[in-house]
Design a protein around this ligand. Structure first.
Ligand code: FES
Ligand SMILES: [Fe+2]
Length: 313
């Protein structure tokens, strides 16, 4: 029996950091229970297509070559554009009108490659926001990275952020009095422990405060103010309905200090103070989704969260 009744949510998902896919590079991907191919064309454009060639089924990610902004199939040389149309058949005079491979909407933002997944192939219903601090001279210029593959579902992981009662037991800090949560059409904002010092990022404080926003089921940002001011960008990308590839990227405010000198210090700081993620894994990997949970008054807005989450199916 499946542990989760959800299936794969309709959302934007991180499938790579931008710098992992250089011009001309081809990558084999396995997400959403599908075999996919990603490539960066010579103009710099990124495409994600169904991996199997519509002609006779070769896997484009295994031996496919980038030519211009197309990928050439390793089997008979048909070339597919970033939009999935057939650009050339090297030995044919006429391209059959129905020659198409499924292509997915792709957006590069915040140094990440996002793919839009929709169960029925519908167009994106919202946009991924630009993350505070990204691309600024006084912040780290590339993401510090952590990643995990976990036997759970993105909806379960995102629920954790507003599950106030688990903070003390699992993460060892008391449930903050100062906390809030706001559900919006495509995102939800949450905040714990004094939003003021977070909203004036740049100041130094010992107290850890957090403010986060989840966009759909696949992406969230989290601002943390503490010894360092950091932004954590997390991608939750389903391999299938029960397994998720988590990418956690961190940038921090460094002022005019040298980036090279700061990277390791910030990595160590995050490992010690702010990487809470792993503390939840054993719970997540072994729990079961309770559709009608027995909640008490002090629990977080779990019912509201689930109502919000339902829009992505
Ligand atoms: S299988 Fe791809 S060109 Fe024939
Ligand atoms: Fe947690």
């Amino acid at each position: 029996m499946a542990r989760f009744p959800f299936g794969i949510p309709n959302s934007w998902y991180v499938v790579a950091y931008s710098d992992e896919l250089v011009r001309g590079q081809v990558e084999r991907l396995r997400y959403f229970d599908r075999d996919l191919v990603a490539f960066r064309g010579e103009s710099g454009q990124v495409a994600v297509l169904d991996a199997f060639c519509p002609h006779l089924g070769a896997n484009l990610a295994v031996g496919g070559k980038v030519i211009g902004d197309t990928i050439r199939c390793p089997f008979h040389g048909w070339r597919w554009s970033t939009q999935g149309s057939c650009a050339e058949i090297p030995y044919a005079k006429r391209i059959p009108p129905n020659a198409r491979v499924e292509s997915y909407p792709v957006v590069e933002r915040n140094g990440m490659v996002f793919v839009w997944y929709h169960a029925d192939g519908n167009a994106p219903s919202f946009e991924i926001p630009e993350v505070a601090g990204w691309g600024r001279d006084d912040w780290l210029g590339s993401w510090l990275r952590w990643e995990w593959t976990i036997k759970t579902h993105p909806q379960e992981m995102a629920e954790n952020g507003i599950d106030w009662a688990h903070f003390e037991i699992v993460h060892g800090f008391p449930i903050p009095e100062d906390r809030s949560c706001e559900f919006r059409p495509n995102s939800f904002l949450w905040q714990v422990g004094g939003a003021k010092s977070v909203s004036t990022l740049g100041g130094q404080t010992d107290e850890l405060t957090m403010e986060g926003e989840n966009w759909g089921m696949g992406f969230s940002w989290l601002k943390q103010a503490g010894t360092y001011d950091t932004v954590v960008a997390t991608g939750l990308t389903p391999l299938d309905g029960e397994t998720t590839h988590v990418r956690m990227g961190v940038i921090a405010h460094i002022g005019d200090r040298e980036e090279e000198g700061e990277r390791e210090a910030i990595r160590a700081y995050m490992e010690e103070h702010a990487v809470f993620a792993e503390q939840d894994f054993a719970i997540w990997e072994n729990k079961k989704f309770r559709p009608t949970p027995g909640l008490c008054e002090e629990d977080g807005p779990i019912v509201d969260y689930r109502r919000w989450a339902a829009q992505f199916y």
